[in-house]
Design a protein around this ligand. Structure first.
Ligand code: GDP
Ligand code: MG
Length: 791
């Protein structure tokens, strides 16, 4: 808990002081050091400051200051209430046995709590934060070779030496300005969560740009260590860097690491501990000099603002806050205007100073500050770095010359997409057949050993029919994920986005929207979440809303089943067309939204092209497996449950002519008949709203019921004539209509939850549900009717 939370009369022991370096030093000089006992003399909820007694002195602290001091109180120590554990009790004469015990336990607890270190990974996109996070915490965070993969903070824990670490993998940022959601997110994390040590992950292969963020982190003056990642690449390029000298210039320890190969991690953590314990010799707070014009402006602002220094936030240095105020940083303005009584006088001074800078330098304050920071970096690198032959860069350029070529870029891209779907379908066929016969055999065997009756039918028709019909697609889905993971990890995905930029402009979006969409082929949910990396709000919302039209792997079984059954020989063509159709609808929808709901916006396309990296087999396979695991978990959970429910509804009531399920199907009849979809199909679609896989498992249950004790597989059942009517339920055209409907209608519940979160509001969810279902109906109707004219 924090010191500010202790009530009058309460007492506690100090664990650590948070906040920026200057503040910490000052507070510690006042006696608020680890293990010290603090007693609250007066803490009235609405009164500031609060009076404390520490080391027998009376001191008063502002509430905002006390909120930065972490303490343990008597409750946590388990020695009862504040009354019974008053001052004399604990610090009193040592002859009292219980007191000594308490004292001992207390120091132990303070010690233990002190050994918990909270670290945050901050760095540019693609600098290897997630790789480092995984290597340290044993986590399975997604690693990808382009910006915007991590869109949320991931929290992990691990122990090293005898310290317990809590580590956060934050989204990638280039700076700490509040311009993109990521930047805001990271800054808020540093404000609210106040890490004990910030680990700034810097890509050694691109020092100049990466160190820009470092200069901003230096400005805020929290504890920091620079993890110089991808040191292997720097060495491979033949460059030589004087790491110790660079650390000295930055006033921050710099530790070379290679997260992917787990090199240098021990040194990194040792250094983090040293910095945390305040015994690292490199640590020194430096002021990056921004040149006379800006420094003068800062000086003047400092003079004017000093009246309210007490009210300044304590997590970032004053200099940083003043600097950001000079840059007209909205968040900082808001923060200051809330806490500082004299705030109203400052904007005028700031505007005047900014004007002066503009006049002297001929550029606005922000540009000037950026330039000075790059100047600082160039200087620091000039002294410490001897560049190599840049081998890596030239191979990257050579590959890029081909894959992003004006003419060849697109054919290569489409070839790769085509290859991906071919592999998914053709290669997946073999293991699929094995699993299929395994499932068939299991059903038969169970059918043989179990006595007849409801249990027999539940197991064989309900569970094996339902879950079995979905599990056969596991190989296809694994292959699809393998391809997507490989494209992401190698860096090709960023190129694909790059060449798609011009095309995306035509539908009112830009290249950055492309990656979320491609990820959507795997699953729409991470795709929708990845849209967070798009700066422009309107583009972000459009991308989120069109994402469900990108056919995810959950819908793949539907196409494989129906295309395989009704279009033998042309199955992959049908499959590919369905995917293309989804993309077409997505594009048209984006176009319409841009024309009607959002006026044009032309945020320029900034997408870096990271160097190509050969992904390790381990990471790629792990991605694939992570997804596979999710798939299996879904199978054991929601799909199993749905299969049982569907079976129950199809089995009961025994005495009536029609089962519950048939009644549901028949109720949907008037709506679905014009699409040529039989009642079994309607029921499957309704069930698929929970998760699209359930569509196939439902068909599995329904058709398992139809064919007595035959050994026919699900597709064979669907093609066969209906035992009641004598004609097949489905025709190739109605199967196509069903596929189109399944592709477009109602996003699954998980996708809707993601839409609500990323687009920000239920109205987008409602729009998505209504619009998509309507589009699905119209499209399926057209397919069915036009198809029947042709056939
Ligand atoms: P993040 O965006 O900062 O989370 O970066 P990621 O962890 O996703 O990594 C980006 C890319 O850098 C991936 O392709 C990683 O395989 C690669 N990478 C990470 N660490 C290293 C390293 O130490 N050496 C090399 N050569 N590549 C690395
Ligand atoms: Mg990441």
């Amino acid at each position: 808990m924090r010191l500010s939370d202790l009530p009058t009369g309460g007492s506690g022991y100090i664990i650590k002081v948070l906040g920026h370096g200057g503040f910490r030093r000052r507070i510690m000089e006042m006696g608020f050091v680890r293990g010290q006992r603090v007693e609250v003399l007066l803490n009235a909820p609405l009164k500031d400051p609060i009076k404390y007694k520490v080391m027998d002195y009376e001191v008063s602290l502002r509430r905002s200051e006390a909120a930065m001091i972490e303490v343990v109180d008597n409750y946590e120590l388990g020695i009862g209430s504040y009354e019974s554990a008053d001052a004399t009790h604990i610090s009193g004469n040592g002859t009292n046995g219980t007191t000594e015990l308490a004292e001992e336990r207390l120091q132990e607890l303070v010690h233990k709590r002190h050994k918990q270190i909270n670290i945050a990974l901050v760095g540019n996109p693609n600098s290897g934060k997630s790789s480092l996070y995984n290597a340290l915490s044993g986590g399975h965070e997604h690693v990808g070779n382009y910006g915007g993969v991590t869109v949320d903070a991931k929290r992990g824990t691990f122990t090293f030496r005898d310290y317990e670490f809590v580590i956060y993998d934050l989204p990638g940022t280039y700076a700490l300005s509040p311009y993109t959601p990521e930047e805001l997110y990271v800054r808020r994390h540093l404000t609210r969560n106040i890490p004990d040590v910030v680990v700034n992950v810097v890509a050694a292969s691109n020092l100049e740009r990466n160190l820009y963020l470092t200069t901003e982190l230096i400005d805020i003056d929290q504890n920091m260590v620079v993890a110089l990642n991808m040191y292997d690449e720097l060495e491979a390029s033949g460059a030589v860097l004087d790491v110790a000298a660079l650390g000295g210039l930055l006033g921050t320890p710099v530790v070379p690491v290679a997260a992917r190969d787990r090199m240098g991690l021990d040194e990194l953590m040792e250094t983090v501990i040293e910095v945390y314990e305040g015994r690292n010799a490199t640590v020194r707070h430096i002021h990056i000099n921004h040149g006379p014009a800006i420094e003068d402006a800062l000086c003047e602002l400092r003079r004017v603002m000093s009246v309210d220094f007490d009210h300044f936030p304590k997590h970032f240095s004053r200099r940083y806050i003043i600097l950001k105020f000079l840059e007209r940083d909205r968040e900082v303005e808001k923060m200051l205007s809330k806490s500082c009584p004299h705030y109203s006088e400052w904007p005028a001074v700031r505007d005047r100073e900014a004007q002066k800078v503009q006049k002297t330098l001929g550029e606005d304050v922000e540009t000037a500050i950026t330039n000075e920071k790059y100047g600082f970096i160039a200087g620091a690198l000039g002294e410490t770095l001897t560049p190599g032959k840049e081998d890596k860069i030239s191979t990257t350029h050579a590959i890029d010359a081909i894959v992003t070529h004006k003419l060849w870029g697109f054919p290569i891209f489409f070839f790769l997409m085509w290859l991906m779907f071919q592999m998914t379908f053709k290669l997946g066929q073999y293991p699929m057949n094995w699993i299929e016969s395994g499932v068939g055999w299991l059903g038969e065997w169970l059918g043989g050993v179990l006595p007849g009756g409801p249990l027999h039918e539940l197991l064989v028709d309900g569970i094996i029919g339902g879950v079995g019909s979905v599990i056969v697609f596991l190989p296809n889905i694994l292959i699809l994920f393998l391809c997507i993971s490989f494209m992401e990890d190698s860096g090709y995905m960023a190129r694909a986005a790059f060449i798609m930029d011009r095309v995306m402009h035509k539908i009112g979006l830009h290249g950055k929207s492309f990656i979320p969409l491609v990820m959507g082929f795997g699953c729409n949910v991470p795709g929708i979440m990845a849209a967070r990396a798009i700066e422009s709000r309107s583009s972000r919302i459009i991308t989120v809303l069109i994402s469900p039209f990108i056919s995810c792997s959950a819908r793949l079984p539907i196409y494989i089943l129906l295309a395989g059954a009704f279009f033998p020989g042309h199955a992959s063509l049908v499959l590919f067309s369905i995917y293309l159709f989804g993309i077409l609808i997505a594009a048209l929808t984006a176009l319409v939204m841009r024309k009607t709901m959002f006026k044009r916006d032309d945020t320029p396309f900034v997408m870096e092209l990271p160097p190509y990296r050969l992904p390790t087999l381990r990471t790629t396979l792990r991605h694939m497996w992570d997804k596979g695991k999710q798939y299996l978990r879904k199978m054991g959970g929601v799909i199993l449950a749905a299969s049982v429910v569907v079976w129950v509804l199809s089995y009961y009531p025994r005495e009536a002519e029609h089962s519950y399920l048939e009644r549901i199907g028949m109720a949907a009849e008037p709506v679905m008949r014009p699409l040529g979809i039989p009642w079994e199909g309607s029921v499957a679609l309704v069930a698929g709203v929970g998760a699209k896989e359930i569509t196939v498992s439902t068909l599995g249950v329904l058709y398992a019921d139809n064919g007595e004790e035959s050994e026919a597989s699900l597709p064979e059942h669907m093609v066969a004539p209906d035992p009641v009517t004598g004609v097949p339920d489905w025709t190739p055209v109605s199967a196509l209509s069903f596929m189109v409907f399944a592709l477009l209608y109602f996003p699954c519940l998980a996708a809707l939850a993601a839409i609500r979160k990323e687009a920000g509001g239920w109205k987008w969810v409602a729009l998505s549900v209504v619009y998509n279902t309507l589009i699905a109906w119209v499209a399926a109707w057209l397919v069915y009717n036009i198809g029947n004219l042709i056939v």
